[in-house]
Write a protein that binds this ligand. Structure first.
Ligand code: SF4
Length: 82
């Protein structure tokens, strides 16, 4: 169990990442449809390469990558969705 201070820092870092992703996505025009995004995120959530908010295969924030229509999963886990 993490100490209260660490839990607060982790929570703050998480909020920053979400805000950063949202900001970056507002600049993107080629986004996947909602039903594809939902499935991609489901796969990423259960992925053994995911490290917190990051894809361990490519180093991207996985929630950012999952939104981009021109990006694929570096481990080919999204292939079934194409
Ligand atoms: S993009 Fe692929 S490899 Fe990366 S976390 Fe998602 S499913 Fe895993």
């Amino acid at each position: 169990m993490a100490c209260v201070g660490c839990e607060i820092k982790e929570e703050a870092a998480q909020v920053d990442v979400e805000a950063l992703i949202e900001e970056q996505l507002s600049l993107e025009t080629n986004l996947v449809e909602a039903h594809i995004l939902e499935k991609r995120l489901e796969i990423c959530s259960a992925c053994p390469f995911r490290v917190g908010t990051t894809c361990g295969k490519c180093g991207c924030y996985y929630k950012f990558r999952a939104n981009l229509a021109n990006k694929d999963c570096p481990a080919h886990y999204w292939q079934e969705l194409a």
